[in-house]
Design a protein around this ligand. Structure first.
Ligand SMILES: NC(=O)c1ccc[n+]([C@@H]2O[C@H](COP(=O)([O-])OP(=O)(O)OC[C@H]3O[C@@H](n4cnc5c(N)ncnc54)[C@H](OP(=O)(O)O)[C@@H]3O)[C@@H](O)[C@H]2O)c1
Length: 405
């Protein structure tokens, strides 16, 4: 294996830190080319001192200034950049072989697109990119012959369970030609799976972020608690694997041992199993089609001898149906629900709205928005911006109502 140079967009987050851990365990094969953060400059500073990348970027200008100051007396030659230009520059630099797209939310779209447009290998964790701009993004992937591989554990499990020896970077594959009938995404059900609906209004950000199986960033943790994460994943799977909403099912599997499954027309169900640890899918896509050590313990089926499955309770978790509906509507609808969700989750994390208002804000934003074809980047960015403004207004109303009550 030749040495690969890796850029990690979002290196200070949960996926970023796990990626660096896998790289460290395989340092003969992988070197860090660039690392990026938003405001966590101190964590980025530690990463720079350890991995000595060519570039580091703080999106936030003030944090960038503090980072530069902190490195004055250190003997590292890392060049420090800031802002969107800095992110795009490191994402598209020819000297990096692979870009790990691990920025959270819509902020990841433009830097990830910059990487795609140079035809690199992209390891995609940032699902919001595909939700916002699915058709356009996949078109760009094919046009620039980028190699797009999924980090999200469910999509990675699907990739491992599909006949992916046919996988090629510039061809849209019709998986039904290979006997695939359905993709089945598993969902842990999040921290409130057993909770009564009447208690949802009083749930705190801290409780919502306490995921039973995975340790993740705050936004995706709240998405898991509302099951919006699964809704985003259904949309992600649809664009990634070119499958319609009726060909994608969701099943609750609280243990998160089976990470997703593919049904074939002969009755076969292929699945990927393992301990719930993101280092497995990260190691898989870093080295694909080879395999490397990830540091994850082998699954012990005797210790994990009880696997449960059940249906989603849509009354408790309405976000999943909203996401299916947006996928069916197509055009800018997925971008609208993605933006509304980001606004609602942020308002919940700042304790401005109650947990059970998140689906209401997404639903109302979608209902009050015009949905148009999402065939250009401008249209997608405008839809995202308009939906954010509308969702903020709706969230403000919910906030004042809750103050009055
Ligand atoms: N965590 C998981 O296990 C997991 C699993 C599957 C998929 N994913 C997906 O992977 C992505 C990252 O998730 P995460 O849990 O790693 O999130 P996270 O822990 O919140 O980390 C997010 C990263 O993005 C950076 N960032 C945030 N806002 C930014 C902005 N405006 N501009 C530039 N950089 C920005 C953060 O920098 P600072 O640290 O400076 O804020 C951080 O490096 C999400 O799309 C998520 O859905 C995550």
């Amino acid at each position: 294996m030749n040495t690969q140079f890796i850029t990690i967009l979002g290196s200070t987050g949960s996926i970023g830190v796990n990626t660096l851990d896998v790289i460290k365990k395989n340092s003969d094969h992988y070197k860090v080319f660039a690392l990026t953060a938003n405001t966590q400059w101190q964590r980025l500073q530690h990463q720079i001192l350890e991995f000595k990348p060519h570039f580091a970027v703080c999106f936030d200008e003030k944090s960038c200034h503090l980072l530069r100051q902190s490195l004055i007396n250190e003997s590292v030659s890392t060049k420090i950049l800031s802002g969107l230009d800095g992110l795009k520059k490191v994402a598209s630099d020819d000297r990096a072989d692979t870009v790990v797209a691990a920025i959270v939310g819509a902020a990841g779209l433009l830097p990830t697109l910059a990487a795609v447009q140079t035809g690199k290998k992209i390891l995609l964790a940032n699902k919001e990119t595909l939700v916002m701009a699915g058709e356009y993004f996949m078109e760009q992937v094919r046009l620039h012959q980028a190699l797009l591989l999924p980090v999200d554990s469910e999509h990675n499990a699907l990739f491992q369970s599909l006949p992916n020896h046919h996988y090629s970077k510039n061809v849209e594959i019709n998986w039904s030609d290979f006997g695939v009938t359905k993709l089945v995404l598993t969902a842990s059900g999040g921290p409130f799976l057993e909770e009564k609906l009447e208690n949802f209004a009083s749930k705190t950000p801290q409780q919502a972020c306490l995921h039973p199986n995975w340790k993740m960033g705050r936004k995706i943790s709240v998405d898991s608690a509302t099951l919006m994460n699964k809704g985003l994943e259904v949309i992600e799977a649809s664009y990634l694997y070119n499958m319609g909403p009726d060909q994608i099912d969701v099943v609750i599997h609280p243990q998160s041992i089976i990470h997703s499954m593919v049904n074939y027309k002969d009755g076969s169900v292929l699945a990927e199993l393992g301990n719930p640890d993101m280092r497995t899918p990260i190691a898989h896509v870093l080295s694909w089609p080879q395999r490397i050590h990830s540091g994850v313990d082998m699954l012990d089926l005797i210790k994990n001898n009880h696997l449960d499955f059940r249906d989603v309770d849509h009354l408790k978790f309405p976000c999943l149906k909203i996401a299916y509906s947006a996928l069916r509507q197509g055009g800018t609808a997925p971008a609208i629900i993605n933006a509304a969700n980001e606004v609602a989750v942020d308002a919940f994390l700042k304790e401005k709205i109650a947990f059970n208002e998140i689906p209401n804000i997404i639903h109302e934003t979608l209902n009050q928005s015009d949905i148009v074809n999402a065939n250009t980047l401008d249209i997608i960015l405008r839809a995202d911006n308009d939906a954010r403004q509308l969702a903020s207004k709706i969230a403000d109303t919910k906030q004042s109502l809750s103050r009055e009550n």
